[in-house]
Design a protein around this ligand. Structure first.
Ligand SMILES: *Cc1c(COP(=O)(O)O)cnc(C)c1O
Length: 350
């Protein structure tokens, strides 16, 4: 339980006093069943399925999603991918050319890119050699302008989940926002941090439909936090940030949890087989523990193997330029036949 946390102290001054844009759909909220004539939004009146503006608060999708995630709809904001959600956090809380955030490479590159876009200093604290957050160093870098600490767990590209104790310590000791990016949580043996939202008013959890849910193409990100934090983000989000096609398709997909569970189980089974098949291969030196749908592997010569794989029609990610990731490649777990092809191609390399 965290006390003495004051969200108002973190919000940017201009956001505090902001009057959000009020759309036609915000001003007149109707239930779908009523027989109403909508002449308020300058839309084309002829029905084609998408001629109307989408629901700015995605009520139907959000209530189903909140039920699945076991939280209140008021604790949830949906965005155009989690990348939009992360950007909203910068724009709501970080004063350009003044505030800073802390990230822990090797990790997802977007945090640093978004810091740059928003003119916010990115203070980096490398993970320890066993790929855990370095709590002491992180807390040393915190000053009165540190607004957000980004924690990616399971972490991309190292594939491991961080220790719950270490993450809890950071949330308890830091008085800004702690954003836990759970893009890979559906593959993980760890429980989501959303279960701790009521204990930690400075906790923000982001998830996405881009990975386990198989919907990277529709762009749907999920932000879960206290109602106070969600209200602030709602003030600055673009009114129609989740389009009609995305809302409809996402609702359809999340209404079929058996399909998602079966696909995740398939991917986890394939991951195990892939690890077993890769272990004896000559150019592979180490396969790091994984709690996600990808493997980080250390090879003898990453650039050489990367090019050889491309020549054989297989595209993987070379992560060697990231700190602590010298000579590593990242393999996403594919379909059974894709994984077989990766294995046989790697075996044939000299
Ligand atoms: C893939 C990924 C995302 C997904 O971002 P979207 O914008 O929702 O597609 C977020 N965070 C991490 C760490 C990722 O690897």
């Amino acid at each position: 339980m965290k006390s003495n946390f004051n969200i108002d102290a973190l919000v940017r001054e201009n956001v505090k006093s902001l009057q959000p844009y009020s759309s036609a759909r915000d001003e007149f909220k109707a239930s779908w069943s009523e027989d109403l004539v909508f002449l308020d939004a300058n839309e084309n009146p002829f029905e084609n399925g998408v001629n109307r503006y989408p629901d700015p608060q995605q009520h139907i999708l959000k209530s189903k999603m909140a039920e699945i995630k076991n939280i209140e709809t008021a604790q949830m904001l949906l965005g155009n991918g989690s990348d939009e959600v992360l950007d909203l956090l910068f724009r709501a809380f970080c004063e350009p050319n003044e505030d800073n955030v802390i990230t822990m490479p090797p990790t997802y590159g977007m945090y640093g890119v978004l810091a740059g876009i928003n003119a916010v200093e990115n203070r980096t604290v490398f993970l320890t050699d066993d790929f855990e957050p370095n709590t002491d160093e992180i807390l040393k870098k915190v000053d009165s302008n540190t607004k957000i600490i980004f924690i990616c767990s399971p972490n991309n590209p190292t594939a491991n989940s961080f220790s719950d104790e270490i993450v809890a310590e950071i949330i308890e000791k830091f008085n800004g926002l702690v954003v836990i990016d759970e893009a890979y949580i559906d593959f993980s043996e760890h429980e989501s941090w959303t279960r701790k939202l009521s204990s930690f008013p400075n906790l923000v959890v982001t998830q996405t439909l881009s990975k386990a849910y198989g919907m990277a193409g529709i762009r749907l990100g999920i932000c879960m936090a206290s109602e106070e934090i969600i209200n602030i983000l709602n003030k600055i989000k673009p009114p129609y940030n989740v389009n009609e096609l995305t809302q409809t398709r996402a609702l359809e997909q999340i209404s079929n949890p058996e399909l998602i569970a079966a696909e995740v189980a398939d991917i986890l089974r394939e991951r195990k087989l892939l690890i077993k098949a890769l272990e004896p291969i000559g150019c592979i030196e180490h396969i790091f523990d994984t709690d996600a749908n990808f493997l980080l592997v250390r090879v003898d010569d990453a650039q050489k193997r990367y090019i050889q794989l491309i020549e054989m029609g297989i595209v993987v990610r070379n992560r060697s330029k990231q700190p602590l990731c010298n000579n590593t490649l990242r393999f996403t777990v594919g379909t059974p036949s894709e994984n077989k092809r990766l294995i046989s191609t790697l075996k044939a390399l000299d």
